[in-house]
Ligand binder design. Structure first.
Ligand code: AP5
Length: 295
């Protein structure tokens, strides 16, 4: 960690946990998020592109990405992201958490962790997942509620991925007091989805999501260790799509007033630019509201 005088004294530069995404960090820096009211600012910097740092100690070119902890509103963001199988939820969550430092809670990942642990819930869940069906609420609701209740999610804010998938799941979460600020829906034509699922690969070491064609691994070493999900076959994705189509409208109708629909068929960078803009606006609104309440 090193402080950089080209920023203000309370900002800190640090190396990124993962490679910098290709979005314009400067837009964010120039925005009102970097208000004087921000008290504990911190930055992730990488030697890729962006800001020239004039520090004697740091005589390198840095791309400064603003993390939520930098300019975290006193009320953290609470976001839901939804979309068909392989619409890009996980991919966008990687980019969103990298910039906004939200706690990523993915219902599918929680279920796969239960399967890997060999728990009774995991065994039951796998039967439904194999058939592309929704895992019963008795298992999913408490799993998600317990994760969102942890201190890090309350402090940093959360990004809920793949939940709720039915009106009963939405209602249950609301009853526990978890209310989102924004509901992001990724829209992708079905013919693209099958291709994305079949080519998807996961890195068990970094948890990064790859695609053999659209987002290939950077090195031979990574390529050699990639794995495929048990439900990533053409046959199973068609069942998952059916389940999604049966439920999506009932969920959407509950979040209509806070829904942002994003064209998920664009490049992942372009999709992120749209989400980023929506989140920046939301943060601005939240900060303005808080500022007005404080005066
Ligand atoms: P889950 O794990 O959530 O799967 P899903 O909803 O089917 O979504 P995916 O994870 O398959 O896709 P994604 O949208 O994250 O896409 P990704 O970014 O990886 O759920 C699995 C199962 O668990 C369910 O079927 C159900 O049984 C159960 N379950 C989960 N939640 C539940 C709940 N709430 N209630 C009950 N049951 C539940 O991208 C896919 C591929 O496309 C990747 O290879 C990626 O590199 C590529 N890609 C991404 N974006 C782009 C782009 N813009 N351009 C080109 N390629 C792209």
């Amino acid at each position: 960690m090193a402080s950089c005088p080209c920023l203000n004294s309370s900002m800190v530069l640090s190396k990124p946990k993962q490679p910098a995404a290709s979005f314009s960090s400067l837009d964010f820096l120039n925005s009102q998020h970097l208000s004087s009211s921000s008290s504990s600012l911190s930055f992730t910097a990488s030697p890729i592109s962006g800001v020239r740092c004039r520090s004697r100690k740091i005589n390198r070119r840095y791309s400064v990405q603003v993390m939520a902890s930098i300019d975290k509103p006193r009320k953290p963001l609470k976001i839901m992201i939804s979309g068909a199988p392989a619409s890009g939820k996980g991919t966008q969550c990687e980019l969103i958490t990298s910039k906004y430092n939200l706690v990523h809670v993915a219902a599918g990942d929680l279920l796969r962790a239960e399967i890997a642990a060999g728990s009774e819930n995991g065994k039951q869940a796998k039967e439904y997942m194999e058939k592309g069906q929704l895992v019963p609420d008795e298992i999913v609701v408490m799993m998600v509620k317990n994760r969102l209740s942890q201190a890090d999610a309350a402090e940093k804010g959360w990004l809920l991925d793949g939940y709720p998938r039915s009106s009963s799941q939405a209602t249950a979460l609301q009853a526990f007091g978890f209310k989102p600020d924004l509901f992001i829906l990724l829209e992708v034509p079905q013919e693209i989805l099958v291709d994305r699922v079949v080519g998807r690969r996961l890195d068990p070491v970094t948890s990064r999501i790859y695609h053999l064609t659209y987002s290939p691994p950077e090195t031979e070493e990574i390529a050699a260790r990639l794995t495929q999900r048990f439900d990533d076959t053409e046959e199973k994705v068609k069942l998952r799509l059916q389940t999604h189509n049966q439920n999506v409208e009932s969920v959407l109708s509950l979040f209509e007033d806070i829904t942002v629909k994003v064209d998920g068929s664009l490049s992942k960078e372009d999709v992120f630019a749209k989400i980023d803009s929506a989140l920046s606006n939301l943060m601005e609104q939240k900060n303005t509201t808080l500022g007005a309440a404080a005066t």
